[in-house]
Design a protein around this ligand. Structure first.
Ligand code: PXG
Length: 288
């Protein structure tokens, strides 16, 4: 069966799922998106993702033509039409078709696209052995220029960072913020463990407040571990006992090498593996 893609209320075969080249989503990266996972027929943290999408849209003065419940139904219907129980859902809202020129208010209504597919950012081996990361030269967008909490269709900031990390021979790039503190990965949040405490940059570090990040903080607290939101420097990362990344696509992945230096023993740490196990239990359980 050919995969089907939802565009504005209709399902199209993958090859016929097309939008106008005059859509400002393409012309200017004017739009927002969410990456969501469905595990065993349950859309993981569905309401949180939908809320973030509407917040992102509001932040760029864009109306979404459906209510939250209608949009949720559209996602479920698309999953069902594709017979998918385990999937990666890409929800996209573009500004719509307009004339050339930045003015978004001349555009048609915003366009809703739902792709249900699969994603694997990192190989199985990296989840077991951990990945190598590098601190990249490109800093995370200044929050006063483009707030990193807006999950916009303009990901060039992160793509530039990804190019730098690949050219440096690493798997993921860690971005610092305008003040030189650690912000996040190109598509994931960062945590370290130091002296039995779990530390992660605060929201004021200019990061996307990841939904997986929030889940990990909850899981750690439930397990009686402390999580502190603290400004981290690159030296804090070099001297960490453990380091890991979190994201919808990445889930939880250990970082064992940074800028060619081993983190602690160079193997995934105990706390990381414990949280990874808890995360897997949560995503596979029915009420997730
Ligand atoms: N920071 C950034 C910059 C992100 O893009 C995260 C953190 C983690 O957020 P969540 O809410 O997912 O825990 C992201 C999320 C992709 C892809 O296609 C990227 C993300 C999520 C899903 C898919 O590369 N980034």
């Amino acid at each position: 069966m050919e995969p089907k893609v939802y565009i504005n209320g209709k399902l199209y075969p993958k090859n016929e799922a097309k939008i106008s080249v005059f859509d400002h989503g393409l012309l200017y990266g004017d739009g927002v998106f969410e990456g969501i996972r469905c595990y065993n027929g349950n859309v993981f943290r569905f309401s949180e993702h939908i809320d973030r999408l509407y917040d992102s849209a509001r932040a760029i003065s864009m109306e979404i033509q459906l209510t939250r419940d209608e949009l949720k139904d559209a996602v479920i219907n698309t999953l069902n039409a594709n017979n998918l129980k385990d999937s990666y859902i890409r929800l996209i809202v573009t500004r719509g078709v307009g004339k050339l020129g930045l003015n978004p208010f001349n555009c048609s209504e915003s366009q809703i696209i739902i792709i249900t597919d699969f994603i694997q950012l990192y190989s199985e081996e990296l989840y077991e052995k951990g990945l190598s990361a590098t601190i990249v030269p490109t800093i995370r967008n200044h929050p006063d220029a483009l707030n990193p909490n807006v999950k916009s269709l303009n990901y060039l900031n992160n793509i530039l960072a990804k190019i730098e990390c690949i050219n440096a021979g690493a798997t993921e790039g860690i971005m610092l913020n305008k003040d030189g503190y650690v912000a996040e990965g190109t598509g994931d949040n960062i945590f370290i463990v130091k002296d039995n405490e779990i530390l992660t940059p605060p929201t004021t570090a200019g990061i996307l407040i990841g939904i997986t990040r929030n889940v990990v903080i909850e899981l750690a607290n439930e397990a009686g571990m402390t999580v502190k939101e603290e400004q981290l420097t690159r030296d804090d990362l070099y001297n960490a006992d453990e380091c890991f990344l979190t994201g919808t696509a990445a889930e939880i992945i250990p970082v064992v090498n940074l800028d060619g230096r081993k983190i602690a023993s160079g193997e995934p740490g105990k706390v990381t593996l414990r949280l990874l196990k808890k995360y897997q239990e949560l995503t596979t359980q029915s009420s997730a």
